[in-house]
Design a binder for this molecule. Structure first.
Ligand SMILES: Nc1ncnc2c1ncn2[C@@H]1O[C@H](COP(=O)(O)OP(=O)(O)OP(=O)(O)O)[C@@H](O)[C@H]1O
Ligand SMILES: [Mg+2]
Length: 284
């Protein structure tokens, strides 16, 4: 996402610092963490997918995730918001086996899948749409969708029908190169590709990045539709307010940790979340 939407003004830094102190220091530290953890453990019971206390990073000795918890129950639409560099993409990538988890666990339907290879995870029903470079620009729409089905080419026709019913434009333009599509259409191709394997969980990293407000709305409507077909969705979003409006539950991630968690509505109306992540300070 662009660096002008989440700033790092002194005022915001100060407010974040005070907030972190209130949450973690003054003796609340352990109690608050224990409460967050208990809430997570209760909510995550029987979850389709869950991440427990994940520590992960790219460079030796540098942790980007500092103990993240996340879960999605079957059929949920879960949103993840937070400032630039908070570790949102890292969290999705570590869930999808693209960033090594140093400690903690990822579980799918009760089976541990920590650090499993992405192609194995695709076979097990996880789909991932990365934040950038998520289509093959020189290939046509149809060829992009074929790439999504390379592990099960026999299902191509059936999945192609499903996806072009969801996104009729993709069917109408099947011979057009993905590189010549609009940003919104490209996102549909990227989501369509991930849906070719009929995933039970779809991970979306900023599907509205770079899109106009109108196209953003359209993408969100599509995400909702995908979710309504029974696909559990975990979506990272820069459009924090809109994301909280459409998701069942949300997570605010900050500095590789869970800062706030709750229903979309509870987060969107929480004064601290508004002040730090949705309001003027977030945009400063
Ligand atoms: N491939 C990489 N190698 C080393 N460090 C990385 C790499 N990718 C990300 N990082 C670092 O990890 C931290 C978290 O990055 P991440 O991309 O997860 O943030 P994000 O919350 O998705 O931010 P944004 O909202 O800007 O997309 C950042 O400090 C970033 O510089
Ligand atoms: Mg990111």
């Amino acid at each position: 996402m662009s660096h002008d939407s989440w700033g790092d003004s002194l005022e915001r830094q100060e407010a974040l610092h005070v907030d972190a102190e209130q949450r973690h220091d003054h003796g609340h530290h352990k109690a608050q963490e224990l409460q967050d953890r208990t809430q997570h453990l209760e909510g995550a019971e029987g979850a389709l997918v869950r991440v427990d206390d994940a520590i992960a990073g790219y460079l030796p000795g540098v942790n980007i995730l500092n103990g993240c918890d996340l879960y999605a129950q079957e059929g949920e639409l879960v949103g993840i918001i937070g400032p630039n560099g908070a570790g949102k993409s890292t969290l999705l990538k570590s869930l999808f086996g693209l960033v090594r988890i140093r400690s903690g666990a990822v579980t799918l339907r009760g089976e541990e899948i920590t650090n499993m290879r992405a192609d194995q995870l695709v076979k097990r029903g996880i789909g991932f749409v990365p934040q950038t470079n998520n289509v093959f620009p020189s290939l046509t729409i149809e060829e992009n969708l074929q790439m999504g089905a390379y592990q099960a080419p026999g299902n191509f026709d059936e999945r192609f029908d499903f996806i072009t019913t969801l996104f009729p434009t993709l069917g109408d333009r099947r011979k057009q190169r993905a590189g010549s599509l609009s940003g919104g259409e490209r996102q549909m191709v990227a989501m369509g590709r991930a849906l070719m394997m009929n995933p039970s969980v779809l991970l979306l990293d900023e599907p509205s990045a770079g899109l106009s407000p109108v196209l953003t709305d359209e993408v969100f409507v599509r995400v909702r539709e995908i979710n309504k077909t029974g696909v559990t969705v975990i979506m990272v979003e820069q459009n924090a307010r809109r994301c909280l409006q459409i998701c069942d539950r949300g997570y605010v991630l900050d500095q590789g940790r869970n800062a706030y968690t709750g229903t979309g509505r509870a987060l969107a109306t929480d004064p601290k979340v508004i002040q730090l992540y949705l309001g003027t300070l977030a945009k400063a």
